[in-house]
Design a protein around this ligand. Structure first.
Ligand SMILES: [Zn+2]
Length: 464
């Protein structure tokens, strides 16, 4: 008997190469793997009629789990302490002190709280671009039951200001700590954690660190993630520090650019740099709400659209839950529709592209598309059941329209990851979410006070 059979789903969006959408859909799952997917009649005809657990798909729409291509877990507790300031102020005066100042327990709870929100809203895999505390994030990912690419944040140059904690590393220290994390976390959480190398930010990594990371990633068969020219200032800063050289040219000179590299933001690429990323099959993560919140001008530059024209794989990310103020990746992806207003073109970023970013392209961007990102036999069983018996699904003429443009992750009833039911009826099955949130609130207050950030919490309006 098979482990799980989902049957009679109103709609099943496969995201397979043909993008098949199945009516009266079914899926058989065994050992965490999809054994069969298709119509209920077809899956039954393949011999999958009984299962240890059967999920009734009537009134449900099924999609692959969503991939959040960029979310920082450790500084989650800075949410509400960094509003309305430019990026550098946010990073140096809020985010970095919090990230470097939290205890192991607080870092773990920050990751748990970020994951509670993310997974509840459909994120089954996320990519954290590097933190001081990736071990604690790995514990949280294991406990919640999702997947994640994690890495130790590597920097060996100050970003223009004195840096707190382990941000202030020598090149040798950065190399050793990055390698230690990758070696110690290979296969962690039953393979649901994949350790990568992080070149945290283009302007804070030396040539020697770039070369070392490239070589270590090749040796260990991992990816490399790096923030890249999110705003005008990051380009100018880089050129000041590196004798006028632009960061993409420097990464290319150091042999970093390749198919195992994910660059984040990339708003200030030139046309030639877009060509080069396409040529090197570099993956890109776009975080529309981060650009909107910090006022980078990234959406009006729309490098994103230029990369898509060139066939570059693009995924979507939250960035920091503290700046986007939500980790509901579906809502964040829908934000790309702002391109329509900027360019006076209603055809930009259709629902289909938004859903590809969230699923199969997101999976490619974290180099995991052989196992996740679509619902096909042989892939891991990561999927979502949306509850169609909610107002946002009425009327339901074309589910791609509701899904890509209207509904939020609140519509999700059930989240399955690796064949395990993680969320059911909107609640975590094996976690006491309320107890974790209570501990998280206390830990966030303690961390804000200890790191000297608590005074940023004062509202502008009088509290009576
Ligand atoms: Zn980021």
């Amino acid at each position: 008997m098979i482990d799980m059979l989902v049957r009679n789903a109103d709609w099943l969006i496969t995201m397979d190469p043909e993008r098949r959408m199945v009516r009266d859909g079914a899926m058989a799952v065994g050992g965490g793997e999809i054994k069969a997917v298709g119509t209920t009649a077809g899956v039954e005809a393949a011999g999958y009629r009984e299962a240890a657990r059967t999920i009734d798909g009537r009134g449900r729409l099924i999609t692959p789990g969503f991939i959040d291509n960029h979310q920082h877990l450790a500084p989650f507790f800075v949410r509400g302490l960094g509003d309305d300031v430019p990026l550098k102020v946010f990073l140096h005066d809020r985010c970095y002190p919090m990230e470097a100042g939290v205890t192991d327990e607080e870092a773990y709870l920050a990751a748990m709280c970020a994951l509670l929100e993310s997974v509840r809203h459909g994120t089954t895999t996320l990519c954290d671009p590097g933190s001081q505390n990736p071990e604690n994030s790995a514990l949280a990912v294991d406990e919640v039951g999702c997947r994640a690419v994690l890495s130790r944040s590597l920097t060996d140059m100050a970003g223009g200001r004195a840096m707190p904690g382990t941000f202030d590393s020598t090149t040798d220290e950065a190399i050793a700590s990055g390698l230690d994390f990758v070696e110690s976390h290979a296969g962690a959480a039953g393979g649901r954690v994949r350790p990568w190398f992080s070149l945290r930010t283009e302007r804070m990594v030396s040539d020697r660190l770039c070369v070392a990371v490239r070589e270590m990633a090749a040796e260990h068969g991992t990816g490399i993630v790096s923030h890249m020219i999110s705003n005008r200032d990051s380009v100018e800063h880089h050129q000041r520090v590196f004798d006028g050289e632009r960061p993409i040219a420097r990464y290319e000179r150091n042999g970093v650019l390749g198919p195992n590299v994910q660059l984040v933001h990339c708003h200030f690429l030139t046309e030639e740099e877009c060509d080069l990323l396409a040529e090197r099959d570099v993956k890109v993560s776009m975080c529309p709400t981060a650009s909107a919140v910090f006022g980078w001008g990234g959406l009006q530059r729309a490098t994103h659209l230029k990369l898509l024209e060139r066939g570059v794989t693009v995924g979507v990310g939250t960035d920091i839950g503290a700046c986007s103020h939500t980790t509901d990746i579906l809502r964040i992806a829908q934000y790309f529709r702002v391109y329509r207003d900027i360019f006076e073109d209603a055809s930009l970023m259709p629902a289909e592209t938004i859903l590809e970013h969230l699923t199969i392209d997101g999976a490619r961007s974290v180099l995991w598309d052989d196992q996740i990102g679509s619902l096909e036999a042989g892939k891991r069983a990561d999927f979502l059941l949306f509850d169609l018996d909610r107002p946002e699904w009425v009327p339901l003429h074309n589910p791609l329209s509701n899904l890509g443009h209207g509904v939020s992750g609140d519509s999700i009833d059930t989240v399955v990851i690796d064949g395990n039911v993680i969320v059911e009826a909107g609640e975590f099955v094996n976690l006491d979410a309320r107890a974790i949130m209570a501990r998280g609130r206390e830990a966030a207050t303690a961390a804000a006070e200890r790191t000297g950030l608590a005074h940023f919490a004062t509202p502008r309006w009088p509290v009576v």
